[in-house]
Design a protein around this ligand. Structure first.
Ligand code: CTP
Ligand code: MG
Length: 258
């Protein structure tokens, strides 16, 4: 694990939010986007996804420890990128650490690199570069308030249907109880770490059985997960169509009339 820069917490009593840890998972290959480089290093509006996310996290009030999980070969590139966007001052410590083959392994490695004093953890996909600070704060506040695991969720607006492999519609699905789930997802650190340890010790997981988010890891370990309202700005970059959508969202945020 590499640290940038070497900020020591101030001497004396730890401040209130130094207990916040953020694991930014950025170690995926980005195969569906097909950019030829890991997705977190793709640029949106002239800045990589890693820079967007680091800038938002290290602007959160109160400070804490941000661990950025990247492909091993990209660690020094990541360090160089984030050193430009970290605000000066001692409130956020930032580290870069290598990820694993699957997302849940990258999260586990990130948790292992997290400062021991972090007792609340937010896990965030670098692939959601415009997730606003308010969303991070809403999730963290709900974890603090309830002591439970918390995920941002959006109601599904489109009509949903079961479709067979041959493209033929079977039936319409009742969308009322369904939500689309985003990151950052927040957890009491002990609960998340125990759930990941349990998953890791259960042996190799076959393709379709991979958990795609941390709430699923917690639920498999028997934990309860609550929701807070999500945010359209936390849209995930998955394919090239998402890139166009995120560019438009960023431009409208910057007041750029298109
Ligand atoms: N991720 C990770 N380590 C992995 C796989 C994924 O850190 N082994 C991260 C990605 O970098 C991304 C987030 O998890 O920020 C969500 O994953 P996804 O959108 O699936 O990204 P990729 O795995 O990079 O994309 P793809 O599945 O298309 O290859
Ligand atoms: Mg993936």
């Amino acid at each position: 694990m590499i640290r940038v820069p070497e900020h020591e917490p101030p001497a004396g009593a730890p401040h209130s939010l130094s207990s916040l840890g953020v694991v930014l998972v950025a170690a995926g290959r980005g195969e569906r986007l097909g950019a030829g480089i890991p997705k977190a290093f793709v640029e949106l509006g002239g800045r990589t996804l890693i820079e967007h996310c680091t800038s938002i996290v290290t602007g959160l009030p109160g400070g804490g420890h941000l661990v950025i999980v990247v492909p091993e070969a990209s660690a020094s590139e990541a360090l160089g990128l984030v050193s430009h966007v970290i605000p000066s001052g001692p409130s956020w410590e930032v580290s870069v650490t290598p990820g694993g083959r699957e997302r849940h392994e990258s999260v586990r490695f990130g948790l292992e690199a997290l400062h021991p004093q972090a007792d609340i953890v937010l896990v965030h996909d670098a692939a959601r570069p415009l997730a606003p600070a308010e969303l991070f704060e809403r999730v963290a506040a709900e974890v603090r308030h309830t002591g439970a695991s918390v995920i941002p969720a959006l109601a599904v607006a489109d009509t949903l249907k079961h479709v067979a492999a041959d493209g033929v519609v079977h039936e319409t699905v009742d969308r009322a109880p369904l939500v689309a789930v985003q990151t950052p997802q927040g957890f009491p650190r002990e609960q998340l770490a125990a759930a990941h340890d349990r998953l890791g010790s259960a042996g190799a997981i076959e393709g379709e059985d991979q958990p795609t988010d941390d709430a699923e890891v917690v639920q498999r370990a028997g934990g309860t997960v609550r929701t807070v309202p999500g945010d359209i700005l936390a849209h995930k970059l998955t394919t090239s169509g998402d890139l166009a959508l995120l560019e438009a969202l960023l431009a409208s945020q910057n007041g750029d009339p298109r």
